[in-house]
Design a protein around this ligand. Sequence first.
Ligand code: A2P
Length: 424
Amino acid sequence: METHTLIDNGILKQHLIDPEICIRCNTCEATCPVNAITHDDNNYVVRADVCNGCMACISPCPTGSIDNWRAVPVGRAYSIEEQFSWEELPGELAPHELVATGGEPTTAAAPQPAVEAPAEPGTQVFRSAQYGATVPPWSAAHPYTNLFPPKNPTTATVVGNFNCTEAGFESETHHVVLDFGSMPFPVLEGQSIGIIPPGVDALGKPHYARQYSVASPRNGERPGYNNLALTVKRVTVDHDGNPVRGVASNYVCDLKVGDKVQVVGPFGSSFLMPNHPRSHIVMICTGTGSAPMRAMTEWRRRLRNSGKFEGGKLLLFFGARTQQELPYFGPLQSLPKDFIDINLAFSRTPGQPKRYVQDLMRERAADLLALLRDDNSHFYVCGLKGMEEGVVMALRDIAQEAGLSWETLGATLQREGRLHLETY
Ligand code: A2P
């Protein structure tokens, strides 16, 4: 891992995240190879005593909020507690404040291990995130990003909002269509936007933008219109199953046609689809992680209908609790079998064994192996954080059982922008 010297002559170049621009998408924390990034309910922050300047987090950040640096005397680094409380970045220190005081960078928190705990002798820690690409496929289109940064949102009008799961179940997901009128808002499949809920949080501060993947293709939810769709799950319980009312998700799911929303973005420059003929796309998702997969599938469907583009294989692995809670179950059924190969994993169907996407991938090992061997294949994983490791391990095992080196193949997929991980 390449690192940069952060300390020069007693002065630390401290890595900081701009809380006014950050959309709290967790990409940096998931990417950091040394666990230097952490967060609380307010901010994402960097531990000065752990960050080694490897820059792995810089390009994946959708907003650029990650790329902030302040010169501070070593020993006077901003602690993570200070950073948690910030509403904006501090200014640069004046020259007289930059007198080196010596000592190691400190944080008020207990020191964190710079690397993961050593594994048992003979075992290796598997870190799925290291295989996630930070560059797009070579044939991806050029994305526009940050046209409307968090400090300068634009306004969109709601032109559609419906439940795209079956009513009456515990989890409910909405398909929401936003129209930008005459304001240019170009997006590509795989990009995301931010929605700013109105009002203020418990501390009286305006809400920060919540990030949602775009579910429609580049030429609009309705072709030729300046609109896009989102797939938003209504959050009613927290990670531990306790009742909670998600501020942004409930706001979005309750929007009415004609309502105006504050939008920032677009964000994302690597989770993008290939555009060259006969390129294959393997899509692995759970729940609302299906949004970018819907966008890519629909773009390929429109290209196919145009008769002017020869696509490769489309292979979808999609997991949900039940068929009724799987977003877009109905529309998926009407896609031609020779266009897309659909594999659905249900984990809570009464009377049926629990099935996860990685279980189905292992069942389709022969087909996935053929695709892993093909340079034209691109793999996209989006959805629950917990799924990521199981999915990448399934790819690894499929490769290794056929005698391929996963270390070589995984590194190639990562370097060539052919394995993309977006989990939350
Ligand atoms: P589970 O029934 O165990 O929660 P959700 O509806 O919460 O968004 O989840 C979408 C699907 O992802 C559910 O079927 C859920 O199963 C499944 N899931 C949960 N954890 C994992 C995991 N570690 N790997 C793969 N799928 C998972």
